[in-house]
Design a protein. Structure first.
Lengths: 630, 395
């Protein structure tokens, strides 16, 4: 082994080794590569920006439309042998239609629902689309050969091909067309009018539904074509290709400024460059870390994106509208105590370990939901990165127990403290953000936590993970049997639920809700927003941290993949299902959503599809959640 | 011990002969058992991904399981009783794999459990299997600590301590590469493999000039490869699965890399050729089996697989196929008692295996050693035996 160059670029105790290429050559290549990948992000970001611009919605189903486009293209190319231009038209038409259907079925019925409902509907739709594709086409990746000529242009040390140019052309061309459409056509004016003020536009005679349908159709057609192009670019498509791509598109358009079409392109190219330079300096395993750190920096420093006009109205109205106003179902005190007593007594009557484990899992997830419902429901800060708190708690407790020799019983609450402190510190920069921006910032924080765990090997053992985590034990007796996997989480859950209920009924609860309803008014009454938000996140971090710690001691092995991003989505779904801010609702939501997939186990391949459909139906018919928001 | 080996081999040959006819009349493993095995079925449980991001591997497992069960049950099953399985979808998620574990351990008909896929999902469930005394048999679990979970935790997953020196041999000794760049999946498997590979390559006198770990869902490798290029390697080593391996291969030329490529055996899949297209021509790999190998285990697997599914098998379906052969033998030897099945592991010797030839468990490590491998190179869009030619040095 020669000089330090090839050592890998782990965060070794000496810190990462930064290598600056000595000549200009590679920098030209890194720049080109950044533009090449940014080009690809732009295709998705433009569609997302268009949809956000008009309906103020971050469309999580956009990645799925992109996947559908890739599969339609695959059918055209490999099964029907259509010429390339016909394939493009078919994909655009098919996905445009799909977009119109999504708007009609999934979103229009929710136009008067709280802002959170359509956001969740798009998550539900994306589950349904992804799972349907998986059932139809099998989860195996497939090749999507391109019929484009194979010439390449040499630039720097590498080269680019026809497809790179085509992708750039489609990205810039569609942005140009959209710009023209929005500026110079009547429908375009209607779209912009709707974007500015939906009700006013409607009053002026704009057919708002038609505008929305058109926007979804155009954005989805573009999304489908992107899927086709990217599928050809990498010569591979699979039913899960949409999630990661959609995420990158969302990040890119936020960097450019939400709802800003030219900004989305610039943001995409910038994101590509950040990633490419990040790899160049620190190594491949840091790639997404830089992307997400950059996102947070931009959100904090320029919340409207890099390319927004300075004096624009914040695209998110006051956060209060995020929550569905409703009358919560209040259980009488004796019923609550009765239910708690029943739950505690259950293992005495039922000894099925599978049932107890499933319910035990539900109680552990209920801790996560409890934590999230406090920040998302009560304070109105919808977090999409809550799994990060679980991971912090899990690692803190495992490492305290294994490396510092702290008894597990003590390590768990300490882990809660660590999660509270770290979680609050990480989210702190996002305190000045509102609405969707908070969601995206927390999503980024969640990803950053995972990536730091992966890369900080000297502490976390990197991808190898932590093995041999001791189980929770009292007086030398490990609590691992069927009843204890149920009782321990339940006892902790009941304690925290009681605490949180008391908190919500105190003046503190009122203050937190005041921040949610109208932060300007709250501030004018002398409420220090940061302090109260910090307090809420600290309590939430403690609860989730303890939950993660308990999971780690039950699992005995964790690594950076144990708490992935979909866990955050699941937690949010639980919270909304139960009713935002509702303590009992969080518990119920967790029980239902951990239980449902287990109930559908017999339907193996279909159960995620059923889950998606159930989610959609719930949002459609009970957007305030089962027990109502508090 | 030679008696069962012989009968096993004849079973495979019979099946090879009758495989085509059999495969035509059977659409799924569930229907296959009617042929010869009868009576109360014997069950093994599988915990693995059927949905979610790793679903493709679960789908490949199923093909391997069904094929093995077709053959086993057509030949009389286990002592005349058909062998069957329950596949529970874990989505490769520890929360679900532990619930499945509780389900399996409480279900008296389950005699042995196979899976899960990744380390987080598998090793979270290990304590439950260990405590309940049900064998957890991991066949893709190369994490060095997997079998340390207890004496009910066994694995025939290829040990990287054995596999990687073979790959290093191929790259350094056979192909005479001296400056290697290693790209690896940044998972517990990829990381363990990389560490062992780097050590083995250095011992053989090569220099490792760059190592780059990437996340499983990454698709863009251009900048990673520029970094590799700047380290000026004379060969590139891929510690990858087939989809990401193909994606990397396709991006080599566009950044100006023409060096020979050596990949680990897990890229061995028809999908690697399909997804990689022309770009994978010339990629070397040390696969654990090759359809043209005359070994009866390989022939019994490959020919029947082609007949049943009209496609080429890959490494993951081979692992699953092998796992069922192990399950059959330990159930045969241990009967319907879970502890007796555990005790049977060190006793059953020379289990026919696509990957190992003959598999015998080491009671100390609870693993199998002696992985078979062939040196392959992709030629004109197909895997072919490496003819011993050393690629001309690039640059």
């Amino acid at each position: 082994m020669g000089a330090g160059y090839g050592q890998g670029f782990e965060l070794t105790p000496e810190g990462p080794i930064i290598v600056f290429p000595t000549t200009l050559g590679p920098w030209l290549d890194y720049t080109i590569n950044g533009l090449v990948i940014g080009n690809i992000y732009a295709l998705l970001a433009v569609g997302l920006a268009l949809i956000f611009g008009v309906s103020h919605l971050i469309n999580f189903a956009h990645g799925s439309v992109y996947m559908v486009g890739a599969y339609i293209g695959w059918l055209c190319v490999t099964k029907l042998n259509l010429p390339l231009p016909v394939t493009f038209v078919t994909v655009a038409a098919g996905c445009g239609l799909l977009g119109a259907v999504i708007e009609r079925v999934g979103l229009r019925p929710l136009r008067n629902a709280p802002r959170i409902a359509p956001l969740l509907a798009t998550i539900g739709l994306s589950v349904v689309l992804d799972q349907s594709a998986q059932l139809l086409f099998s989860p195996d990746p497939r090749a999507l050969p391109t019929q484009l000529p194979t010439w390449r242009i040499a630039i720097g040390g590498g080269s680019i091909g026809a497809l790179d140019l085509l992708i750039a052309g489609v990205g810039i061309g569609s942005a140009g067309l959209l710009y023209g459409f929005l500026r110079f056509t009547k429908l375009g004016w209607a779209v912009r009018a709707t974007a500015l003020d939906r009700d006013a536009a409607q009053q002026c005679g704009v057919d708002v539904d038609k505008v929305n349908r058109t926007v979804f159709a155009i954005a989805s057609a573009l999304g489908g074509v992107s899927g086709l192009l990217v599928g050809m670019y990498y010569n591979t498509i699979d039913p899960n290709m949409g999630f990661q791509a959609g995420l990158k598109g969302i990040v890119a358009q936020l960097i450019g400024g939400v709802g800003n079409v030219p900004g989305a392109i610039a943001g995409s190219l910038l994101l590509g460059l950040i990633e490419s330079y990040g790899i160049a300096l620190f190594g491949t395993s840091y790639r997404n870390l830089f992307a997400f750190v950059a996102l947070i920096l931009i959100l904090v420093l320029r919340p409207n994106g890099l390319f927004a006009q300075a004096r624009r109205l914040p695209p998110e109205p006051l956060t209060g509208t995020f929550i569905a106003p409703s009358r919560p179902l209040v259980l009488p005190k004796w019923a609550v105590w009765g239910l708690a007593a029943l739950a505690l007594a259950l293992p005495l009557a039922v000894q099925q370990p599978y049932l107890l484990q499933t319910l035990g899992n539900a109680w552990l997830y209920a801790l996560l939901a409890l934590s999230l419902t406090l920040v998302a429901g009560t304070v109105g800060q919808v977090s999409l990165g809550h799994a990060g708190l679980l991971a912090i708690g899990a690692y803190a407790s495992s490492l305290l127990a294994l490396d510092a020799g702290v008894p597990v019983l003590l390590a768990v609450p300490l882990a809660g403290l660590v999660a509270a402190a770290l979680g609050t510190a990480l989210v702190y920069p996002a305190f000045r953000l509102r609405g969707h921006y908070v969601s995206i910032a927390t999503l980024a924080v969640g990803e950053i936590v995972t990536l730091v765990i992966l890369n900080w090997e000297s502490l976390t053992r990197g991808p190898i993970g932590v093995t041999g985590i001791p189980p929770l034990s009292v007086a030398g007796k490990p609590l691992v049997s069927g009843q204890w996997v149920y009782w321990v989480p339940l006892a902790v859950l009941l304690a925290f639920a009681a605490l949180q209920s008391r908190l919500l009924n105190s003046h503190l609860g009122r203050t937190l809700r005041a921040i949610r309803e109208d932060d300007v008014a709250a501030r004018s009454y002398g409420v220090d927003l940061n302090r109260y938000k910090g307090l809420a996140f600290a309590v939430a971090g403690f609860i989730a941290g303890v939950g993660g710690a308990l999971m780690a001691h039950f699992y005995s092995y964790i690594n950076h993949e144990t708490f992935p991003a979909p866990v955050s989505m699941l937690a949010l779904t639980m919270v909304i299902l139960g009713g935002l801010g509702n303590v009992a609702g969080a518990v119920l939501g967790a029980a239902v959503l951990v239980g449902l997939p287990e109930l559908f186990r017999a339907a193996a391949e279909y159960r995620m599809l059923i889950y998606g459909v159930v989610l959609l139906l719930l949002i459609r018919f009970r957007p305030q959640g089962l027990l109502g928001t508090v | 011990m030679s008696q069962p080996k012989l009968s096993r081999r004849s079973v495979l040959f019979d099946t090879l002969a009758g495989g085509l006819a059999l495969a035509c009349i059977t659409m799924s493993g569930g229907l296959a058992n009617a042929a010869e095995a009868a009576g109360e079925p014997l069950w093994f449980g599988v915990s693995g991904p059927l949905t979610g991001p790793s679903a493709q591997y679960g789908a490949q497992w199923k093909k391997g399981f069904d094929l093995a069960l077709d053959q086993i049950n057509a030949a009389g099953g286990v002592k005349g009783r058909p062998l069957r399985y329950v596949f529970e979808d874990s989505q490769n998620d520890p929360r679900q794999s532990i619930a499945i574990a509780q389900k399996f351990v409480a279900d008296p008909k389950i005699l042995i459990e196979l899976g899960d896929f990744s380390s987080p999902a598998s090793m979270a469930a290990s304590p439950i299997y260990q405590r309940a005394g049900l064998v957890q048999f991991g066949f893709t679990n190369s994490h060095p600590d997997f079998t340390k979970g207890g004496d009910f935790i066994w694995s025939n997953s290829i040990s990287q301590a054995e596999e990687q020196p073979n790959v290093a041999d191929f790259a350094v000794t056979s192909l005479k590469l001296k400056r290697l760049a290693v790209l690896h999946l940044n998972t517990d498997w990829g990381r363990t493999s990389k560490d062992i590979f780097v050590k083995a390559a250095r011992e053989r006198g090569a220099e490792v000039v760059a190592t780059e770990g990437y996340l499983p869902d990454e698709k863009d490798f251009r900048s990673t490869l520029v970094r590799v290029r700047e380290a000026n390697p004379d060969g590139i080593v891929l510690i990858s699965y087939y989809a990401d391996g193909a994606a990397i291969a396709r991006q080599l030329k566009p950044v100006g890399l023409n060096q020979p490529v050596v990949a680990v055996g897990s890229v061995y899949s028809p999908k690697f050729l399909e997804l990689g297209g022309e770009a994978v021509n010339g990629v070397h790999t040390r696969a654990n089996f090759f359809p043209a190998e005359p070994r009866p285990e390989v022939q019994g697997f490959v020919a029947a697989y082609r007949a049943k599914y009209q496609e080429e098998p890959d490494a993951f379906s081979a692992y699953a196929y092998d796992a069922v052969l192990v399950a059959q033998r330990v159930i045969e030897a241990g009967g319907t008692d879970r502890t007796a099945i555990r005790d049977a592991f060190p006793r059953v010797k020379d289990i026919p295996s696509v990957i190992f030839g003959k598999a015998t468990f080491d009671p100390e490590t609870r693993r199998v050693s002696g992985v078979r491998n062939v040196k392959l190179v992709v030629k004109d869009g197909a895997f072919a035996l490496w003819d011993g030619s050393v690629p001309a040095a690039a640059n």
